[in-house]
Design a protein. Structure first.
Ligand SMILES: NC(=O)C1=CN([C@@H]2O[C@H](COP(=O)(O)OP(=O)(O)OC[C@H]3O[C@@H](n4cnc5c(N)ncnc54)[C@H](OP(=O)(O)O)[C@@H]3O)[C@@H](O)[C@H]2O)C=CC1
Ligand SMILES: O=C(O)[C@H](O)COP(=O)(O)O
Length: 496
């Protein structure tokens, strides 16, 4: 149960505490934020609304703790991360329960997210020891005009205080995807979890606390992003921001100072289907890719671009699979569960109504009960419809019929997003050429888009992000280079 057993100390009455200087605390603000259960649409949890003074204190302690942490041997950093990973997996049940109640993640998927997060932390520990355990050694005479009088030793050093801001749909996995790299690289970490998902995140933070990380090294600030967010992202004590979410990230990138930014934002991942594709494989991937977690994934299939000659056959197969999707509460492991907020459901409905007014073909009746929207495939979608371009982040998928591959590539590249895309064909040469032409961070050949496995590089182009994630790239991004040059009085060559 959430907030019980080892987690008792993170809650006071019915309000979860925030985490600062190695302790669970009540905010002096006296304000709390209600977390609404998307299924019941009633408040389920409460967290503190932290004050700016509390943020300042957290930043001060993070700065002090980071100096000591940077002097902690790599193997000791890794040891603590492995402990946190084990604790996360040990306590997967209460954390998964929070995901079910806060973000209506299907119960099975909720457990998978927590276990995946433990694996991510452990892999990060190992990768960090290897990656940061070596540097570069350069000699001066490799550059014209120089003798070998200089040795340059370079290493990767921490940035300082990393601010991590994950989104609601993976409040644990997309938090640890930032926390792990930051810590193994020698940084301290301030986490601002999403409101929907904050309690799952607080339970995750407690696993790091139980692992025995130094006081002040990890903090967790709760409160609405719209209220405390700017104070955090513009705080002079922040040396790096790693953000995942929507166009909020674009605004943050304009406000943040001269610091490294890692941004993973929205997507409109296109699925291009050629005439020779295996339509059973395509249909399975479109349904899994487009409707898992009710389409609330940045890497969800968000528009299908299918050759006209096979479109009827594909749509029929997709509809048959949609008909088998279960719709209901996350507690029952339903395939389709309520979307995260009423405002999200309203946004999705707006896109559906626009498509209806402009003549899209509804393959299923549009049905909504509260935040629960039944899966819907819209056929014969045209570029003048909003759903052709906007990201519903819901269980609604548009199909655009094309008569040439170039049309599909054009639509993909005309989007402001450039996260992932996928292409289905038996012709690997064509697949490579299409992949090369698609302006996205990743192209999946013969499978739906996906961020995982978590050690793969993951990046968005254009409005889909800044920089690259994936464990190795995240570790590197949370370091900077330090050079030490040894100057010799006269040239010296190893004589072999
Ligand atoms: N690329 C991806 O992986 C994802 C993309 N998205 C996109 O984002 C949209 C909304 O999802 P959501 O999670 O609400 O994304 P948001 O961008 O609204 O929120 C992401 C995170 O940013 C925080 N935040 C909000 N405002 C600020 C601010 N001014 N300064 C600092 N942090 C802030 C949020 O906190 P709080 O919750 O308290 O507002 C949350 O922790 C989706 O519809 C989708 O388009 C969403 C999830 C994942
Ligand atoms: O933010 C998201 O939606 C995730 O990056 C998607 O991750 P997944 O492809 O592993 O579900």
């Amino acid at each position: 149960m959430a907030g019980t057993g080892v987690f008792e100390e993170i809650i006071d009455g019915d309000v979860y505490k925030y985490y600062s200087e190695g302790e669970w605390k009540n905010s002096s603000s006296g304000k709390t934020v209600a977390i609404i259960n998307p299924t019941t649409r009633k408040p389920h949890f409460k967290v503190q609304a932290c004050s700016q003074e509390e943020v300042n204190k957290i930043m001060e302690s993070a700065k002090v703790a980071q100096k000591a942490w940077a002097r902690t041997p790599l193997w000791k950093r890794a040891e603590l991360l492995h402990k946190a990973a084990a604790l996360l997996k040990e306590h997967r049940a209460p954390i998964a329960e929070c995901l079910v109640k806060e973000i209506a993640k299907p119960a099975k998927d909720a457990v998978i997210e927590v276990v995946r997060s433990g694996d991510l932390i452990s892999y990060t520990a190992e990768e960090g020891v290897r990656l940061l355990g070596e540097g570069k050694f350069l000699v001066s005479d490799s550059f014209p005009g120089n003798e070998r009088t200089k040795y340059c030793l370079t290493s990767k050093i921490p940035l300082g205080v990393v601010l991590a801001i994950p989104p609601f749909n993976y409040p644990v996995n997309l938090a640890v995807s930032k926390i792990g790299p930051a810590l193994i690289a020698g940084n301290s970490l301030v986490l601002k979890p999403p409101t929907q998902g904050a309690v799952a995140a607080l339970h995750m933070v407690h696993c790091f606390h139980l692992a025995g990380f130094p006081k002040g090294l990890i903090s967790c600030v709760t409160g609405k992003g719209s209220e405390i967010g700017d104070f955090l992202t513009m705080h002079p004590g922040v040396n790096c921001i790693s953000f995942t979410g929507g166009d909020t990230g674009v605004a943050i990138s304009k406000k943040a100072g001269m610091i490294p930014l890692q941004m993973e934002l929205g997507g409109k991942d296109a699925c291009i289907v050629l005439e020779d594709a295996d339509l059973d494989l395509v249909a399975a991937n479109i349904v899994k890719g487009g409707f898992s977690y009710s389409g609330q994934r940045c890497t969800a299939v968000k528009v299908v671009l299918v050759m006209e000659s096979i479109a009827d056959a594909l749509v029929e197969k997709v509809n048959a699979k949609i008909a088998k999707l279960t719709v209901g509460p996350p507690e029952d492991d339903s395939d389709i569960t309520p979307v995260v907020t009423e405002s999200s459901a309203n946004f999705i409905e707006g896109l559906v109504m626009d498509a209806k007014e402009r003549g899209a073909t509804f393959c299923q009746e549009y049905k909504r009960e509260g935040n629960l929207i039944w899966p819907l495939l819209l056929d014969h979608v045209r570029p003048d419809m909003r759903i052709a371009w906007e990201e519903p982040f819901g269980p609604v998928l548009p199909v655009i019929r094309i008569n040439a591959i170039e049309e599909g590539i054009h639509h993909c590249n005309a989007s402001n997003f450039g996260l992932q895309g996928c292409v289905f064909t038996r012709d690997i040469v064509k697949a490579i050429m299409i992949s090369d032409a698609m302006e996205t961070g990743t192209v999946q050949i013969n499978s739906a888009p996906a961020r995982g496995p978590d050690h793969f590089p993951f990046q968005g182009l254009k409005d889909s992000g800044i920089g690259s994630q994936g464990i190795t790239n995240s570790i590197n991004m949370m370091t900077k280079i330090k050079s030490t040059v040894i100057n010799l009085p006269s040239p010296s060559y190893t004589m072999g």
